[in-house]
Structure formats: structure tokens, C-alpha cells
Design a binder for this molecule. Structure first.
Ligand code: HEM
Length: 425
């Protein structure tokens, strides 16, 4: 009797398990970000992935994804199968994730009983239900993120199945779509400020750097806005962002939202647990005029070795910086961020301090939203005696840029304000 009961039980269990998939697959099979699909071995792998499309039997598409999303807006998204020949059941799974870090972007919401959400590692996967698998199209909502979190990628895998209640004889498709992020300019911000250089990274037990940004609201009203981090190539730069107080935030990201009450201040610490130093820049957009300043800190393990403070630096078409390498092991670093979304060419001219003579000229090309930081000795490697002289560098851009100077003497950092070069337009 007991044996009979066990046989029946395992039969019920295996049948339930087997039928589980047509009720919706396990999370994480959209084929996006390196994930497998329904076409993996042991599943629906009777045919090559996308064989149905290649053979012209049908297609699988995602529609309704906005070219550029509006923060917080709801968009109806539709996933459609067109293969019908010999097909009796259809299914899909889709995820919407930030392109930079792959984290969940916005919210997916079923609008009927034909779809359901399964979760894995903080990611929402929307997929067909058993009831829904009788239909070829699936519609649901996507609520865009509250702010501009960078481009969002939608990945989906779909199954045009033959209805034999088994994984055989089914055609698996993949599809993807991307929705671009609104830029700060798209959101009405009264003020945009630039920190043309941030430096982070290095082994946490060795020499490493962090950049701490302070946002100060010296007004009697509430202020809010966003901070966006960019790499040398002008793409969103994901860093560990930790901030205090009313804006308590800790996570990896290339952007942060902030809110400040009257007279409030927030401290945003930028770090990265990476063996090498990396750099980029920060754009702070706000609905009110606020103060933005930062401190670069150089550590040896837990010991603070040196630090230097800097103010945000406005966008300009020309600027000048001094350098003084007389009698010390000093070098002067110049950092530039391209504040426009087109390629920018900077022309740098080196002048001798005592002679006032023009010594050399060089150019730097910055991609849209790009960044570069170089020592004067790197910018003018063949300038005679560059590491032991004084002078100035004048900088002009084909488009506006933001700049700052960081003087390095061994392990001591100092910032030097950027000057106007007198030819400011
Ligand atoms: C997004 C990915 C997937 C989709 C859209 C999907 C969809 C479906 C559909 C529509 C059926 C019914 C098939 C029919 O009656 O002909 C089904 C059945 C089945 N699927 Fe999948 N599937 C997916 C992934 C997987 C994966 C990864 C596995 C294996 C781990 C799997 C295993 C099965 C099995 C064993 C059945 C037959 C039992 C049943 O009907 O539940 N599926 N799947």
C-alpha cells in the first residue's frame, strides 16, 4: 500500500513539475545580459534559436517601447508571435534592465491574467501564464524609472509551441529593444554645474582615492535634482555612491537623485572597489541655485595621506591655468569635461612664464560628454625642461568645456583655480 502511495505521489509531483513550464518558465531565460533562453539543452531545443525567423515561419517582436522614456510615465508594451502553422501554444519571458549595470529599470505590470511576474535577484521577469499561452500577443505595462537612469534594455525570449505539452517541436525566438534615457537638458533644471574631474579606485589596502561631493542648499526653499557620472568616453560611469542624511543612498550607479530642504547639505562619497585608479566627471542639475564643491582624498589603506578641495567649474569656451614646477617634484594635472553632446576639440597652448613666449600647442578631442585628465608633462612631452619650469597654459574649445587643475607633488595634492584667459567670449 505504502509503495503504491509513493508511486502515485511521485507521479503527481513529476506531472505538476512537467506542466509547470507551460504555466511559465523559471526566471532568467530571456537571453539578455548573457542569460540562457528557452532553447537551452534539455528544454525547447528541437530547433536552432530563431530558426522560425530564419526559415520565414514567423516572427517575435516587442512593440510600444519608447525611443526615449519620460521619467515615471506608463507605457503599454506588446510582445507578439506571428508563427501559427502547426502552433497551438505561445509563451514568452521579458525583462527591462538598465543598460549600464543590468539592474531593474522601472516597473513591469501585468494588465490581465495572461501574464505574470516572477522575480529573481531583484529583477522582474514578466511571462505568459497557462491561460495566456493560448494567445499569440501579450500586452502589459512598463512604468519608466522616476529619473534618467541611462538607457533601458528590454530582452525577451518567446516560444511558438506545438501544444504537445512537452518541450519538443517548439520554435524559440529572441527579441530586444532599447529606450534611451532623457538627458538633464530634457528635464527642466534651472542650474547645471560641473565637477570636471572625479578620481576613485586603487586597492583598498594600498594607495587609493575617493572623491566626496558636497551639495549645499543655501536658499530658504526646497531644492532637488540629479547627479550624473560620466567616463572618459562620455558614457555613464557606474561608481559606488554613498550619501548621507535625507538622501541616504548606497549603491552602484552612474546617477543619483537628491533632495535638499532649506539650508540642508548632503555629502555624496564616490568610490570604486577596483585595483586601478579611474577618473571621470560629474554633472549636477538642480531646480534651484545650489552650491557644489568636492574633496579629493588620497589614502594609504585607512590612512589619509593628502586631500584637496575644489569648487564646481562653469562651462566656458576658453580658460587658462598656471603651472610651477620650479625646484620641486611637482607636476600639474589638467582635467577637462566636454559639457556638450557633440565632439569638442580643445586647443592647448603652452607659454613660458618668464618669457611669456608661446612654446608649444597641442589639441585634445573629447567625445560628447567626454573627459580627459593629463599632466602638463604628458601634454607637452617634448617641451624643453617642462618638469622644471613655470608658466601658463591657455585653453580654448570648439564648444564649451569645464576644467580644473590638480597640482601633485609626490603624494601631496593641491588644487589651483582655473582662470579666464582674457579672451573669454
Ligand atoms: C522564456 C522561455 C520559455 C518559454 C516562453 C516557454 C514556454 C513554454 C510553453 C508555451 C510550453 C507548452 C509547450 C507545448 O505545449 O507545446 C512549455 C512547455 C514546457 N517547457 Fe517551456 N518555456 C520556456 C523555457 C523553458 C525552459 C528553460 C525549460 C527547461 C528548463 C522548459 C521546459 C518545458 C517543459 C518540460 C515543458 C513541457 C511541460 C509543460 O507543458 O509545462 N521551458 N514551455
Amino acid at each position: 500500500m505504502k509503495l503504491m502511495a509513493n508511486v502515485v505521489l511521485s507521479l503527481i509531483l513529476s506531472t505538476t513539475l512537467i506542466l509547470a513550464f507551460s504555466r511559465g518558465p523559471v526566471p532568467g531565460v530571456t537571453g539578455g545580459l548573457g542569460e540562457p533562453t528557452c532553447n537551452q539543452a534539455g528544454c525547447h531545443n528541437s530547433f536552432e534559436l530563431n530558426a522560425g525567423r530564419t526559415l520565414g515561419l514567423g516572427d517575435f517582436t516587442i512593440s510600444g517601447v519608447p525611443e526615449k522614456y519620460e521619467p515615471g510615465k506608463t507605457y503599454p508594451i506588446t510582445v507578439t508571435h506571428t508563427q501559427t502553422d502547426g502552433r497551438a501554444a505561445w509563451g514568452f519571458q521579458l525583462a527591462a534592465r538598465a543598460q549600464t549595470l543590468g539592474e531593474q529599470a522601472g516597473q513591469l505590470q501585468p494588465v490581465d491574467r495572461n501574464t505574470q511576474i516572477v522575480l529573481d535577484g531583484g529583477i522582474q521577469y514578466i511571462e505568459h501564464t497557462l491561460q495566456g499561452s493560448s494567445f499569440r500577443t501579450f500586452t502589459f505595462n512598463w512604468v519608466a524609472p522616476d529619473g534618467a537612469t541611462g538607457p533601458v534594455t528590454f530582452n525577451a525570449a518567446g516560444n511558438a509551441a506545438n501544444g504537445n505539452s512537452s518541450p519538443t517541436g517548439d520554435y524559440i525566438y529572441t527579441a530586444s529593444a532599447t529606450s534611451q534615457s532623457p538627458q538633464a537638458q530634457d528635464q527642466q533644471f534651472a542650474q547645471v554645474q560641473y565637477l570636471p574631474h572625479i578620481a576613485v579606485g586603487g586597492p583598498s589596502r594600498g594607495i587609493h582615492m575617493s572623491t566626496t561631493v558636497f551639495l549645499i542648499n543655501n536658499t530658504t526653499q526646497g531644492a532637488s535634482g540629479i547627479g550624473e557620472l560620466f567616463s572618459d568616453d562620455g558614457i555613464p560611469l557606474p561608481l559606488q555612491i554613498t550619501s548621507s542624511g535625507a538622501n541616504s543612498l548606497s549603491g552602484l550607479g552612474s546617477r543619483f537623485d537628491w533632495r535638499l530642504g532649506p539650508r540642508q547639505m548632503v555629502r555624496v562619497v564616490l568610490t570604486i572597489d577596483a585595483p586601478d585608479l579611474s577618473a571621470g566627471w560629474l554633472r549636477v542639475s538642480s531646480d534651484l541655485a545650489i552650491g557644489v564643491t568636492a574633496v579629493f582624498q588620497l589614502f594609504d589603506g585607512d590612512r589619509l595621506m593628502t586631500q584637496a578641495g575644489v569648487l564646481s567649474s562653469p562651462a566656458r569656451r576658453s580658460a587658462a591655468s598656471v603651472y610651477d614646477h620650479i625646484g620641486t617634484g611637482t607636476d600639474t594635472g589638467l582635467a577637462f569635461s566636454n559639457t556638450s553632446d557633440q565632439e569638442n576639440t580643445l586647443t592647448l597652448t603652452l607659454f613660458g612664464g618668464r618669457s611669456g613666449q608661446q612654446l608649444q600647442t597641442t589639441t585634445l578631442k573629447l567625445p560628447p560628454n567626454g573627459h580627459v585628465a593629463k599632466f602638463i608633462s604628458e601634454l607637452f612631452p617634448t617641451a624643453p625642461n617642462i618638469t622644471a619650469m613655470e608658466g601658463s597654459v591657455s585653453i580654448s574649445g570648439s564648444l564649451p568645456f569645464s576644467a580644473m587643475t590638480l597640482r601633485v607633488d609626490g603624494t601631496v595634492l593641491t588644487t589651483l583655480p582655473i582662470l579666464s584667459d582674457g579672451s573669454e567670449q
